[in-house]
Design a protein around this ligand. Structure first.
Ligand code: AQP
Length: 332
């Protein structure tokens, strides 16, 4: 059976981008067709300046939202990265095959490092090596497919390179995974700046729809989305990015096609109104389920405990094989 692995960082409140670009597909498609693991990658949240209490809170909230979005622990494995030591064990071995040049070429590293420097902070070494830990997350499970949004595709490419290099040098150890992108909304953009992706660690939050935003807040954010000064509704990602973003979001929420949706809207106002309502409707069941799960925190804890146990048992044989292959003696 195909093995699927994907992760999500508890670096902020989850966004519509996380949902449309990744989580929805995990819940609706991946968990039913493949042997799937979904991980709250909490160690990755330590690569930038953070408040420990906030990371703990967001880790719990992220796991709860994954379940609220429809991940079913009866058919997939949901767990926290830091509960499975195999990820960090394997990450060190992969650091021994990765190069610093490769790390410095990562777009997300460049962007996040620049942001840290702008804030007057220093760049943590773990921010540079983060893609190697991500590669370990994926390779530890013999993963075939990694369903992610477009922004993570470069990291999965690096994972493939490391797997191939390790296998060539030390003998076949890892399955070489491939990225799968969603057909629409692979990159949901910020509503106030459609040249930037909608990210959960965005500072102001005005252009970001959070999964737990109240319906009226969602409406306000969508109605205030930046478009352009034209009048005609056309789908053109290069020339009309704000409009295209709204059409992509509407298409992803309704199952339509962005070009046809452009044809049936005769004003920006009606497009924004329909998009706002479509987003509110998509979030409604998720928010209701989230409220139920919050009333039963021991259920979520149990899911994470069982998930970590299952994940450990799956990862250990591959990581042990990698230890031996690279030249380490097994413990006596
Ligand atoms: N705007 C987006 N459009 C489509 N997909 C997205 N994803 C994130 N933002 C968008 C996808 O969500 C999954 C989990 O993301 P992540 O938390 O691991 O990493 P990220 O891409 O760094 O997330 P954020 O939300 O943008 O956080 P910050 O602001 O901290 O960088 C991934 O599959 C990702 O592609």
């Amino acid at each position: 059976m195909t093995r699927v692995f994907s992760g999500i960082q508890p670096t902020g409140h989850l966004t519509l981008g996380n949902y449309l670009g990744a989580m929805r597909r995990w819940a609706e498609v991946d968990q039913h067709r493949a042997d799937s693991l979904f991980c709250v990658v909490d160690l990755h949240a330590l690569t930038v300046d953070h408040d420990p209490a906030r990371v703990r809170r967001l880790s719990r909230q992220t796991a709860t939202l994954l379940l609220a979005a429809g991940l079913d622990p009866e058919v997939c494995t949901v767990f926290l990265q830091s509960h499975v030591d195999e990820h960090t064990r394997l990450s060190y071995l992969l650091e021994c095959v990765a190069t610093d040049g490769e790390m410095r070429r990562m777009i997300q590293y460049k962007e996040k490092a620049a942001k840290e420097r702008e804030r007057g902070g220093s760049v943590r070494l773990s921010l540079l090596t983060y893609p190697v830990l991500m590669a370990a997350d994926i390779l530890a499970y013999g993963t075939d497919e990694v369903p992610v949004g477009e922004d993570q595709a470069q990291h999965v490419e690096l994972t493939r390179d490391l797997a191939v290099r390790f296998n060539q040098r030390y003998g076949h150890t890892f399955t070489v995974p491939r990225t799968t992108l969603p057909p629409v909304a692979a990159r949901v953009m910020n509503l106030q700046d459609p040249t930037r992706k909608m990210g959960k660690s965005d500072d102001s939050g005005v252009g970001v729809v959070y999964l737990l935003d109240e319906p009226d807040v969602v409406r306000k954010k969508v109605l205030r989305a930046v478009t352009d000064s034209g009048r005609e509704v056309v789908y053109d990602r290069a020339e009309r990015p704000g409009l295209a973003n709204l059409l992509d979001i509407l298409a992803a929420c309704t199952g339509g096609n962005p070009e046809s949706l452009a044809d049936v809207h005769d004003s920006y106002g009606s497009l924004k109104k329909d998009t706002a309502e479509a987003v509110v409707e998509v979030l409604r069941p998720l928010q209701a389920r989230h409220r139920e799960l919050c009333a039963d925190p021991s259920y979520v804890e149990g899911v994470l405990r069982d998930g970590a146990e299952k994940a450990r048992a799956l990862a250990r044989p591959t990581v042990d094989t990698a230890y031996r292959a690279i030249g380490l003696l097994p413990p006596v």
